[in-house]
Design a protein around this ligand. Structure first.
Ligand SMILES: O=C(O)CCC(=O)C(=O)O
Ligand SMILES: [Fe+2]
Length: 301
């Protein structure tokens, strides 16, 4: 079977998605999905000596838990440049504005489960942020801070359909999230990689039953004036299995002002980032293809 003559129209406008494309039984993926060779992930750039830490949160009051979270959040490298290709995934995003709005607008098929999950996750998110802020000397989460750190939470459903040429495409191109933090639930298939600390290779993030993946996003990097580093990550496609992941993006409200915390600059440290309105950062991120950690340059002084 050959690809439709207008792939974007078939996938996007006719709402067939990548899954509809794959269902045509193509022998090879359309050109629009093929990544340039330097962007492909192979055994040559996978780092196996390094792994990501798994932290047990059962005992929140243990200072060692706080220390592990802090260490995990301060470690990240840099990235080179990227080309624009389409991603091999379909997705749905549910914005959590309020419980009433969620009940009104979210699809009935998953509404109750999604709401329950969001409520549980919110408890974890608040605790995590508290630990991370404490290390920055930011003592309380007042309304203004809440507006910027947990202004809008969005639950996304990523659906990575099997791909006939997984080595040529990208499930999601390399990027850092533009959240404060992202809490990700992945199924047992695997496919997520994060940048190794040398800034060059990639580390596989194995699915761990009962564990969530926590990513630091650009907003926390900006607000911590680089104490915390947002993590560059990517997803590879799978030849035979469907993979599902559910990230919660914990984002500022659109009108929130993002800037380094005064507490971080207290000792005369120079701010590395300017003040910006989050909606401008958001628009900038979506105005271009994923390009590693380059979005944050937009906020740099
Ligand atoms: O599917 C994953 O594991 C990661 C998804 C992701 O990075 C994103 O949606 O921003
Ligand atoms: Fe992401």
């Amino acid at each position: 079977m050959s690809a439709p003559s207008n792939v974007i129209d078939f996938v996007v406008n006719q709402v067939n998605g990548v899954t509809g494309l794959a269902d045509l039984g193509l022998e090879s993926v359309p050109n629009q999905y093929i990544q340039p060779p330097e962007e492909r992930l192979d055994n040559g750039n996978i780092v196996s000596e390094e792994s990501i830490p798994t932290i047990d949160f059962t005992n929140w009051d243990d200072p060692e838990v706080a220390e592990s979270i802090y260490n995990a959040a301060t470690n990240q490298g840099f990235s080179p440049h990227a080309e624009a290709t389409l991603e091999w995934k379909d997705h749905l995003q549910l914005v959590y504005a309020s419980e009433e709005k969620a009940k009104e607008y979210w699809p009935a098929v998953c509404r109750d489960q999604a709401l329950e999950y969001m409520k549980c996750a919110e408890v974890l998110i608040r605790r995590l942020l508290k630990v991370l802020l404490k290390k920055l000397n930011v003592k309380d989460m007042d309304k203004a801070r809440e507006h910027v750190l947990i202004g809008v939470m969005t639950l996304a459903f990523n659906y990575y359909t099997p791909c006939p040429n997984p080595e040529l495409v990208s499930g999601i191109g390399r990027h850092s999230d533009i959240s404060s933090i992202t809490v990700l639930l992945q199924d047992e298939i695997g496919g997520l990689y994060v940048r190794a600390s040398n800034g060059d290779g990639w580390i596989y993030v194995p699915p761990v039953e009962g564990a969530l993946v926590i990513n630091i996003g650009d907003v926390l990097q900006i607000m911590s004036n680089d104490r915390y580093k947002s993590i560059e990550h990517r997803v590879v496609a799978n030849r035979s299995k469907t993979r599902i992941s559910l990230p919660i993006f914990v984002n500022p409200a659109p009108d929130a002002i993002v800037a380094p915390f005064p507490e971080v600059l207290e000792n005369g440290e120079e701010p590395k980032y300017r003040q910006l309105v989050y909606s401008d950062y958001f628009k900038y991120f979506f105005s271009k293809p994923h390009d590693g950690k380059k979005t944050i340059e937009f906020a740099k002084i």
